[in-house]
Ligand binder design. Sequence first.
Ligand SMILES: [Zn+2]
Length: 556
Amino acid sequence: MMLCRSMAIVLVAASVAFSEQVSPRYTLSMPEPWTHLFHVEVIFDSLPASETSLELIMPVWRTGRYVLFDFAGGVQEFSAVDAKGSPIAWEKTDKSTWKMATAGASTVRVNYRVYADEFDMRTKGLNDRYGFVDGTAVFMYVEQYRRSTLTLEVKPYGSWHVTTGLDALGNDANRFTAPDYDHLVDCPMFIGNQHDHVFTAGGKPHVLSVLGEGPYNPQDLIGDLSAIVEGAKEFWGSLPYERYVFMLHLWSGGGGGTEHINSTIIQMGTFSLSSSRGREGFQSVVAHEFFHTWNVKQIRPRGISPYDYRRENYAREYWIAEGTTSYYTPVILRKAGLRAPDRTLGRLARVIKQDRDRPGHRVQSLSESSFDAWIKFWREHPQSYNSETSYYEKGSMVSLLLDLTIRHHSKNRSSLDDVMRALLKGFPRDGQGYTVEDFRKLCEEYSGVSLQTFFKDYVDGTVSLPWETVLAYAGLEVTEEKSATTPWLGVMTRDRGGALIVTAVIAGSPAYDGWGALRRRVSGIQRASWSFAMTYCVNSPSASARLRFRTTRSRS
Ligand SMILES: [Zn+2]
């Protein structure tokens, strides 16, 4: 009996060792970048003779944005051959899977092209000036070799070079290695003539890589980045990487950022950094994305531990991943010395107003908003404001209330900071991830009281947030100022080439309640006069504040 067991262990160990020898080799080239086509080759060597087929999978989403992209839609000219160059038959078995009849071939060489013109989604982009790659949008994988070490060779176009968080292989600047597929695709790449500025912060090397053109002072930005790194290190205790890359893309297509394992991609308008407001916007995005280095890259909800690239990854904790990160963004900026404390109260007043004004906060809970992110939050429509909660915005609000509640009940001995650091310690990245119950228990541990009702009402329910009660813990009094003379129509608008477009009508507003009657009466010349009235409302100081409801969906 003992002998048989030993033999079985030996056989299993040999099998594992054998499968580990399959080390995928990826090559990425772009001989004609103006076509927006990346060329990808993947070679699998030392495949076991018993393996008669191989399934190559293209992810359907990328980390940081919880919505389906279906990257396989950009794939063309897929082909596969064996070591002798003989074609291997294949068929699609679902929208993102190519099944190859390898018939025991020890080597399989796969080639395909990817159409890449999606810079704004921070997934994949290529043109005659530069390229950007988020690996989930470009590289396919085989599930059983997803944990294998792998290599990547990039063949940049012309004089372009590569900037990425991946480790270089030897002294070759275009060859890289990754411990597994997950790491490969969590290290996005700039490929172009980007300017790389190396600096040290928190005792570790960092890179500011700037792609595109625009006015900026690298030393100013490095000063911002260094202060944020130091502030975040002070919060968390240490930096969970050996080297970090801040990737900054200056272009005309919009802003936002996405967190990755040891880098972040931040997009800003071409001239954004020439104004103090734009600079502050840069600092905010950096602080948010950098906080994610811990909260969601190290500390992960169970629903994304590990990532499932083939389908939606449901989690009721995205409000903690995103909203709590948003809550800590100004905290980190304050620690970094980049924000004065007196700005906090003015911002808080606007936050309370946002909460009370948004009808969706009384319809959808934070838990629902997180779980349904895949079908709602990223698929905004005119009714979204009335029927949905933003797990970013309301998640941030509830995080603030939770922080003050913990501080109040613990007599300021503990805070949400302690909960976040306990999460980091108790739920390491290679574990099974945390649940909202784990989070609640830690909050209760540090507050010393039951928070069942708090979570039932404000996380799983839609009870109005108790701003007056909880802010009083901090000595703050909330007063509501109402003006009977303030004109308010209750529409959300967007300027489109000089035309004011109504994008949504707020539930319960005069426009919402009177929309039907208004539509019947407005026609011809009357329509023009109604339009004037609406413009007046938009330009009215008090009404324009109301119009700041619109959520910013550029961050992820
Ligand atoms: Zn985020």
